[in-house]
Design a binder for this molecule. Structure first.
Ligand SMILES: [Zn+2]
Length: 277
């Protein structure tokens, strides 16, 4: 992480301002990524806690480039900044924890329910710099906070992958596997109900990814081979975007299967290297 400056940053035309909810991963061809330098930038900014008005300094994104879509977290269908420590805000007083983009946008009608959740949390470590607190402690609180925010199964499926990623990164393989199994269970449920906002091809990729990460490689390959044969469908995309998404997903899936079959490049051994924790 570079703070407040760009060192080995992307070329100017590849810099994208933060829009974390609309990352168009599916629309960007892999070939774009290979030659770009890797650096993301963050800047400190003061925030007022929506629960207790406590002032906190948190990091906000300055810039990043499309290279983030080629980082190894893609093998867990996760993309920076969800893999990076500054993303998880944490109030030093009431211990409210949220994704950075939700901190100032919590629904007013949920504030009381969130206060009740926070009262039940006994976090005793004092801190001034939230980055010094373990990511997994912050995610523990987030899991409780979001449990009263009416998030759907697509949201939880991704959140459990985030938990698996950060537990694995911290060396807790058992917890990582527990959360990856939860993500896998939700991906299977979403495919079965057929009501998911996530295209089936992507759910199959996620199911294959989670199986690979919990050590079931033959199960992973079976899911990924089904994904290859499944047409990419989304009502939100135009025909040419669908065509791109299909092509890009197939490229990702083919690469994934080859990596699982390889001896030394197995995706479950890889982490993003440019993160700040
Ligand atoms: Zn607070």
């Amino acid at each position: 992480m570079a703070v407040g400056r760009k060192t080995d940053g992307p070329l100017p035309e590849t810099i994208i301002m933060l829009k974390p909810r609309f990352l168009p991963a599916l629309l960007l061809p892999l070939a774009l990524f290979a030659s770009q330098a890797y650096a993301t930038t963050w800047f400190p900014k003061e925030f007022v806690c929506p629960i207790d008005n406590q002032k906190n300094t948190f990091m906000v994104v300055g810039s990043y480039g499309s290279y983030i879509y080629s980082w190894p977290s893609k093998y867990q269908w996760l993309f920076w900044p969800k893999t990076d420590s500054p993303t998880f805000y944490f109030c030093k007083k009431c211990h409210l924890a949220t994704y950075m983009w939700d901190y100032e946008k919590l629904p007013k009608e949920k504030i009381e329910a969130i206060k009740m959740v926070l009262e039940g949390i006994k976090y005793t470590n004092q801190f001034t710099d939230y980055l010094k607190t373990p990511v997994n402690d912050r995610l523990d609180v987030m899991e409780k906070v979001y449990s009263v925010l009416d998030k759907d199964d697509d949201w939880w499926c991704e959140f459990y992958r985030v938990r698996g990623y950060h537990y694995d990164r911290a060396g807790d393989k058992e917890k990582a596997a527990e959360y990856r199994k939860k993500a896998l269970g939700l991906a299977a449920k979403l495919m079965k109900d057929g009501r998911s906002a996530t295209p089936k091809k992507e759910l199959l990729y996620i199911a294959g990814a989670m199986k690979h990460f919990i050590g079931d490689d033959s199960g992973a390959i079976a899911e990924l081979e089904t994904a290859l044969k499944t047409k990419f469908e989304s009502s939100k995309l135009k025909p040419e975007e669908l065509e791109n998404a299909e092509k890009n997903m197939n490229e990702r899936i083919t690469d994934y299967i080859a990596k699982i079959r390889s001896e030394k490049d197995k995706p479950r051994l890889l982490f993003d290297s440019e993160n700040s924790d």
